[in-house]
Design a protein around this ligand. Structure first.
Ligand SMILES: [Zn+2]
Ligand SMILES: [Zn+2]
Length: 136
């Protein structure tokens, strides 16, 4: 799989703090201009899916629980064996606990700030998958 490296010095690279173990996991966050919405994390790992087909649905209809359920029904399994799921967050790189980024899964449909933690794979319907590495 293709690997994309981001330097820690980049503006869009930072750390998420785990609420369980308080350690930091580095990651890349897409800008508000990226239009990386809607995106969904895996139930079991930090992989993220972002599909243009879902974005098209969001342009045509309001973000409602019904639309969320409609999209969720078509979300595939993750290569890790988990499933892309509304409300899931990325996982701590140290203790693997979920880092809760998604407070409200319906409101989150319009969140363009996609977080790709170190080691996460980005899955899409318009690009080959790639894995993110944060480097010094
Ligand atoms: Zn996964
Ligand atoms: Zn942790």
């Amino acid at each position: 799989m293709k690997i994309v490296e981001y330097s820690r010095s980049l503006q869009w690279v930072g750390n998420l703090q785990c609420p369980s173990c308080a350690q930091l996991t580095p990651g890349w966050r897409s800008s508000g201009m990226s239009e990386c919405f809607p995106h969904f994390f895996c139930s079991d790992c930090s992989n993220v899916i972002h599909r243009e087909a879902d974005k098209k649905l969001l342009y045509e209809a309001a973000a409602t629980p019904k639309l969320l359920a409609q999209i969720a029904a078509t979300l595939p399994e993750c290569p890790c064996g988990g499933r892309f799921t509304p409300g899931a967050g990325p996982k701590c790189g140290h203790c693997h606990q979920e880092i809760p980024l998604v407070a409200n899964a319906v409101a989150y449909l319009h969140n363009p700030n996609m977080v790709l933690l170190d080691g996460a794979v980005r899955i899409s319907d318009h690009l080959p998958p790639y894995q993110v590495r944060i480097i010094d």
